[in-house]
Unconditional design. Structure first.
Length: 145
């Protein structure tokens, strides 16, 4: 969000709750972390600009997302609503870039990014189990002697 009029601001309490996700490149990030602001120098309870920050630790391919719309919120310039941007893992507004925030979407892919590790682990454990030498009754008799 970029505001041309530096004197306009809105109360921090008017900043809407975070959107559902942040689209960066071809991935939708869904782990919301915090908001970052540019505070009004004349009123510390108001902000001139704001952006939502999401964590880069969980995302899904954009192809797994259906529905939804770009997230909008009140414009600090007082001119209705504007698209509110988002970014990943930032701690201050100055270091952010505008990526589109989304709401009201559904994630359709049943498997997340970590399924590959789970599948490899399962196969490895299965192979280990079947390769483990089995003891039969004759081995137990020899051990008892």
């Amino acid at each position: 969000m970029c505001v041309a009029n530096g004197f306009a601001s809105i109360p921090v309490s008017s900043v809407p709750p975070p959107p559902q996700g942040c689209l960066v490149g071809s991935r939708m990030y869904t782990h919301y972390l915090r908001n970052v602001y540019v505070y009004d120098p004349n009123n510390s309870n108001n902000v001139n600009e704001y952006r939502y920050i999401f964590g880069s630790d969980y995302s899904v391919p954009q192809s797994c997302v259906s529905g939804g719309n770009v997230f909008s919120g009140p414009s600090p310039s007082g001119s209705g609503t504007v698209q509110i941007g988002c970014d990943l893992d930032k701690t201050d507004y100055a270091s952010t870039v505008h990526n589109p925030s989304y709401e009201n979407f559904t994630v359709n892919c049943p498997l997340d990014d970590h399924i590959g590790l789970l599948l490899v682990s399962s196969v490895a454990l299965t192979l280990f189990y079947f390769k483990k030498p089995k003891q039969d009754a004759s081995d137990l008799n020899q051990m008892a002697k």
